[in-house]
Design a protein around this ligand. Structure first.
Ligand code: ZN
Length: 219
């Protein structure tokens, strides 16, 4: 199996895993990875996640031209291309409309770091990009501005973008952020919500990167 075939298989498996975890519903959300410098593999437009298949994945040149695939790519392709163009460290993007992250996106409020795992896996607050319509050049510009050097960003009235060095890392960030957002909203029922300070977040992130896990490294 060559590099592109492997990337298509990994993408369809990750898309199905995200669907099973309840992060994707119907046709909303999309994801991509960048297996080589000149190509990205992205999910197609308008196909329910429950029915996605290996040969539905679309391979795109960095210019935006389709290299392989019989279906149209996700309408958020310009957003994915803009992120890969600006941030050379990013090799995978997962975009969800998951409900608790979307609640913050609708409130146009960043998601603070309440759970330690958001500090460890995401490394900070998830900021909100200014509103722009889906698929528009303004959406890509606004998302890049709010993303900065971070690994995730909210799109106002829309959803969540998580990035990473690979699909597993980007999906894990979406899972952690969704859980963190849900716990914050649940904690409001109990009264006060205590969030972690920037210093506590920095310490948790660096301890996690250097001390946690089998390899001594998270990613
Ligand atoms: Zn979307």
């Amino acid at each position: 199996m060559n590099t592109l075939e492997r990337a298509k298989r990994e993408l369809v498996n990750t898309a199905y895993a995200a669907y099973q975890k309840g992060l994707f519903y119907e046709t909303w959300g999309n994801m991509s990875c960048k297996p080589t410098e000149n190509s990205i593999v992205i999910t197609p437009s308008g196909i329910p996640y429950a029915k996605l298949r290996f040969f539905d994945m679309v391979v795109i040149e960095s210019s935006g031209k389709t290299l392989q695939g019989r279906l149209k790519p996700s309408t958020e392709l310009p957003l994915h291309l803009a992120i890969y163009e600006k941030r050379k460290d990013i090799r995978a993007i997962v975009h969800t409309h998951s409900i608790y992250a979307a609640a913050f996106a609708v409130s146009r409020k960043g998601i603070p770091v309440a759970l330690e795992e958001q500090a460890q896996i995401v490394g900070g607050v998830v900021e909100v990009a200014a509103y722009a319509p889906p698929g528009s050049p303004e959406l890509a510009a606004n998302a890049l501005e709010a993303l900065g050097d971070n690994s995730a960003v909210l799109l106002a009235n829309h959803g969540l973008i998580c990035t990473g060095p690979d699909l597993a890392a980007a999906l894990q960030r979406c899972i952690v952020i969704e859980r963190n957002a849900r716990v914050i909203l649940c904690s409001k029922l109990l009264g006060q919500t205590f969030t972690l300070s920037p210093e506590e977040v920095t310490n948790l992130r660096s301890d996690f990167l250097f001390l946690y896990g089998q390899q001594g490294h998270a990613e």
